[in-house]
Ligand binder design. Structure first.
Ligand SMILES: [Cu+2]
Length: 150
């Protein structure tokens, strides 16, 4: 009886592992971990090969954050902004967005990216007592490169 239970558990584990291995991302998918907090956007690496890129976004802060992936020639600190200091997304080439990453949360999303220079940023603004706190202005931005693969 005990042995049968163990065998069943083992089969379940194998099945789960098999499913995870076929979880949608092919062998050519690159992966980048990005850490969000107050007030930083910190990719584990400064660049990734072009093609399918899986972003694992972890929010280690106390606020809700997001990850915008913006294709731009400009430095991440010099993106076009609106009057309240947020990035003007209507004037930015936003190629990917991982929205509403809760404190302590982890979100995984795959985007297809061409070679070039990018900015990773959080464009949330919180209003407290009439003041607008733009996460972007607080420093939630990082330069990032996508390089041609082989
Ligand atoms: Cu933020």
């Amino acid at each position: 009886m005990g042995r049968l239970l163990l065998l069943l558990l083992l089969l379940l584990l194998l099945a789960a592992g098999g499913l995870a291995a076929c979880g949608g991302d092919g062998p050519d998918t690159a992966s980048v971990d990005v850490f969000l907090s107050e007030w930083e956007v910190s990719p584990e690496a400064g660049s990734t090969p072009a093609g399918a890129v899986r972003f694992t976004t972890t929010n280690g802060g106390q606020f809700v954050h997001q990850l915008l992936i913006i294709r731009t020639e400009a430095s991440a600190a010099d993106l076009p902004t609106t009057a309240d200091g947020r990035i003007d997304e209507s004037r930015a080439d936003v190629l990917g967005k991982v929205d509403n990453v809760a404190p302590g949360g982890i979100e995984r999303r795959t985007f297809t990216l061409q070679p070039g220079h990018y900015a990773l940023a959080c464009n949330i603004a919180d209003e407290t007592g009439g003041d607008v706190i733009s996460h972007y202005q607080k420093g939630m931005r990082a330069d990032f490169s996508v390089v041609a693969g082989d």
